[in-house]
Design a protein around this ligand. Sequence first.
Ligand SMILES: Cc1cc2nc3c(=O)[nH]c(=O)nc-3n(C[C@H](O)[C@H](O)[C@H](O)COP(=O)(O)OP(=O)(O)OC[C@H]3O[C@@H](n4cnc5c(N)ncnc54)[C@H](O)[C@@H]3O)c2cc1C
Length: 389
Amino acid sequence: MDHFDVVVVGARVAGASTAMLLARSGMRVALLDRERYGTDTVSTHALMRAGVLQLSRWSLLPAVADAGTPAIRRTKFHYAHGQSVDVEIRPSPGVPALYAPRRFLLDRLLVDAAAEAGAAILPQHAVTSLLHDGDRVAGVRARDPQGRERRLRAQVTVGADGLRSTVATASGAPVCRQGRTSGAVLYRYFAGLETAGYEWAYGDRAAAGLIPTNDGQTCVFVGTSPQRMRTLRRRSGGEGAFRALLGQACAELPERVATAVPVSRIHGWAGIPGHVRQSWGEGWALVGDAGYFKDPITSHGITDGLRDAELLVDALLSSLSGLVPEREALGCYQATRDRLSLRLFAATEAVAAYDWDPDDIRHLVREVSASMGEEVEHLQGRHMAHAVP
Ligand SMILES: Cc1cc2nc3c(=O)[nH]c(=O)nc-3n(C[C@H](O)[C@H](O)[C@H](O)COP(=O)(O)OP(=O)(O)OC[C@H]3O[C@@H](n4cnc5c(N)ncnc54)[C@H](O)[C@@H]3O)c2cc1C
């Protein structure tokens, strides 16, 4: 049996950041994932200001830029009837520009930083159930790459295991807020596509985005309601649905995208409504999508995962050191997460309904931007406890 202060299940943005920050503070941490090290995942990976700020505060932004991730200095919004709005992304302390690193790059960077800080990294370990001491969660049972059962005991078990979290299910974490809307997405990578920076388009019950990323490629996504996506795919296949939605989101996009070279297959996401879960209990906590998931149309899940990793780590450090009772520390973690999240959760619900008209969507996009402001202020106001020692 292995013993740790904290076992973290899920080694992507939320889990790897949590493990890294705990290990940098001297905690004995194990970081498990059922996948291999360095794999990709379904995501269009655009970071918003607070996400870039976190990478910068943790001394990881230079590695993102050094990997050739392009700096994004403008955002262009396309609306109905050919109208558009150009916004400069003004540099602020720690945020020289925005970035959209591929997930196989960003997640690996965070896992490497956790390993460098001393966390035990256990890829290809699938957690099957939780260990208990009475009512208290006391670690995990996992299957190792050879199919053997391995038990890892810990004072706290963190579920950073995504939308269908095993830790959330096994700990019985109740859903406090259930979303009602969801969007379906198709995305694909193109080479040789000129962009103004991030470009977001909102048209006839369809949205699209252009997201410049590594290797000179641009991720192009289209989104609509799941029902409409199913109809379009049945009628015209993935390629036809992608082209049709691109044109419905913004008339100029099909022609621009047709000049570029597709360099990947089309990836699909069928759409799942958001949720906010109770994210702690005796001996366990949730972070990232495991605790709080919203539709990807507002491109904010990674940024939230990076933010909430730090909120959770501060709570764990104060409770594990005996400074604050666990119940109080973790309750405060959840309250702060919710205070910084619920306005965006509501705005995302409205955008993902795909029932807006041109005036509604402009108003909603302004609401989405406004709801991101408070978290940046919150993070900027924090001290730099978690930079590389
Ligand atoms: C189509 C789409 C586009 C998106 N685009 C954006 C975007 O542009 N910008 C943005 O910020 N966000 C975006 N998101 C959201 C973002 O991808 C997620 O919010 C983010 O990946 C959540 O990170 P996480 O670390 O919480 O969980 P995940 O990335 O889901 O990672 C969970 C990990 O847990 C592991 N795991 C699960 N169960 C177990 C188990 N039992 N044992 C061991 N390991 C386990 C999995 O293998 C996985 O590696 C998008 C999402 C989708 C679906």
